[in-house]
Design a protein around this ligand. Structure first.
Ligand code: NAD
Length: 479
């Protein structure tokens, strides 16, 4: 390379591999095992035709299986025009490390279809999705015990319901058919809290981060989440839920929202609900009366704020803008929003990055709960809820009896009584399980971050924890 040449940024997969290598170099893996953990086991490419609008249109789709140290393998299906093999392999690798870090018993996988879903009618998308699902299912790339997809960019509950139904049609006697995919609507075997799960996980991750004043200080911040100024890129499933919960429940101010067609900025905080409504109706932020429209969306990534949440797509913080990013704390709600090169620049600047393999693991965590629910054929909380309520009532009645008998004059507040008397339903249990997962995983990363002098960032710490778990699993298999 000549002196004045700008180095090419690595591809998404190379970027993930470089992050892996950085962590693996600090570990003591036996020869060959490092390579075994890093490489993507297999990628299946399918080209299929669907008759649409009087002609046959050919689509290209992928399903990559990164690691089968645990099965089923798990990972979303993305619908976007830029989907390619490199991208699905990078995302599949991230799934392996993510599942290991948050202790969901899955290997990593990912799928994608090269399509802009906005260009198709609903019935056309259904025909395309069913055909794609058929192609994958007939090769066991959709299967309750081998490969379980979920939503990702461009897909949601609707697509998952079509996939589940397609699998069930092909496997009419499989009693566990519903466990072939997660992220389904409630009426098709879904679980309460799956749609919000990834955004909710981002909120829980930030809450856990702010429980550690030492870590907050490392980011150059002070105090609690309350009042923090936040910029979000991508107000889709993940970004919307994260922004909504952080503003409604934690007192954060969402000062900036970046979408495909520009950005909105309001110093005293945007109303997330109104912006979302506008985007759903108009397809972008242009014309939204909530705030002035800024044409150059990506430039907003460089604005002053306390917390930056990239929640759209990969590579948005790269060698071209990394040195201008001012946020002291970045939480990667999207997968791979920071390239390897940018990560190095930001680390040197002292920016704290809460990495994707942890930050957006809420989705796969609740998918895990959904899969367990499908296999157990019963809703969480169904057996114990009323029993819990009966126990709580016993205690309340006894307290009230004591107070009356002994003339103590105790009066339990109606709010306490109604809250205490409410047994946990599925949504409460799902949120509790997710919260526990996000706290525990953060602590496991943090322990490595603080215990080792050679580990200076959360990403490397997260990779070390994850790689060690995957390696242990391979070792246990005798590899
Ligand atoms: P989504 O399709 O619901 O939302 C993506 C949003 O980003 C949309 O609002 C879109 O308009 C916006 N966007 C697209 N290109 C943009 C651009 N160039 N600039 C600004 N905004 C842009 O997708 P999602 O499910 O919210 O996924 C977002 C990210 O989160 C992806 O990286 C995905 O892999 C990751 N993720 C999603 C889940 C999940 O459960 N859905 C789980 C883990 C990780």
């Amino acid at each position: 390379m000549k002196d004045n040449e700008i180095p090419r940024e690595p591809s998404f997969r190379e970027s993930v591999d470089l992050m892996f290598n950085r962590a693996a170099a600090l570990m003591n893996l036996s020869p060959g095992l490092e390579e075994k953990v890093r490489v993507c086991n297999a990628t299946y490419t399918v080209r299929f035709g669907v008759r649409l609008r009087g002609r046959i249109e050919t689509f290209v789709g992928y399903r990559a299986v990164h690691s089968e140290h645990m099965e089923p393998v798990k990972g979303g299906i993305r619908y976007a025009p830029e989907v390619n093999q490199d991208e699905v392999e990078a995302l599949a690798a991230l799934m392996t490390y993510k599942c290991a870090l948050v202790e969901t018993p899955f290997g990593g996988s990912k799928g994608g279809l090269c399509i802009d879903p906005r260009n198709y009618e609903e019935h056309e998308l259904e025909a395309i999705t069913r055909r794609f699902a058929y192609e994958l299912a007939k090769r066991d790339l959709i299967h309750p015990s081998q490969n379980v997809p979920a939503p990702d960019m461009g897909t949601g509950e609707r697509e998952m319901a079509w996939i589940a139904d397609q699998y069930a049609r092909m496997n009419t006697t499989d009693i566990n058919a519903r466990a072939c995919v997660t992220g389904k609507p409630l009426n098709s075997g879904g679980i309460a809290g799956r749609v919000e799960a990834t955004g909710r996980g981002v909120q829980y991750a930030l809450r856990e981060f702010f429980r550690h004043p030492e870590d907050v200080k490392t980011a150059g911040l002070k105090g609690k989440l309350d009042g923090k100024r936040v910029i979000v890129q991508g107000l889709g499933n993940v970004g919307y839920h994260a922004a909504k919960f952080l503003s409604e429940e934690d007192g954060c101010k969402i000062i900036g929202i970046i979408e495909r067609d520009g950005a909105l900025y309001k110093e005293d905080g945007l109303d997330v609900e109104s912006v979302r409504e506008w985007i759903v109706k108009h397809g972008g932020v242009t014309g939204c009366p909530e705030a002035d429209h800024i044409e150059d969306g990506p430039a907003m990534l460089e604005a002053e704020c306390d917390i930056l949440i990239p929640a759209a797509l990969e590579g948005v913080i790269n060698m071209g803008n990394a040195d201008r990013i001012k946020a002291p704390l970045i939480i990667e709600a999207a997968n791979g929003p920071i390239t390897f090169g940018a990560d190095e620049v930001l680390r040197k600047k002292g920016t704290v990055i809460i990495p994707d393999l942890y930050a957006n693991a809420g989705g796969v965590t609740v998918s895990y709960f959904e899969w367990v629910k499908n296999l157990s054929h019963i809703r969480f909380g169904r057996m114990q809820r009323r029993n819990e309520e009966a126990h709580a009532l016993l205690l309340i009645e006894e307290l009230e009896r004591l107070s009356a008998d002994r003339q103590l004059g105790w009066e339990l507040s109606p709010d306490f009584k109604s809250r205490y008397l409410r047994g946990a339903g599925e949504i409460e249990l799902v949120r509790s399980g997710l919260d526990d997962t996000m706290r525990t995983a953060y602590q496991s990363m943090r322990e490595v971050w603080h215990a080792r002098d050679d580990v200076t960032d959360l990403r490397t710490a997260g990779f070390i924890v994850a790689i060690e778990r995957v390696a242990a699993s391979y070792r246990a298999k005798g590899l």
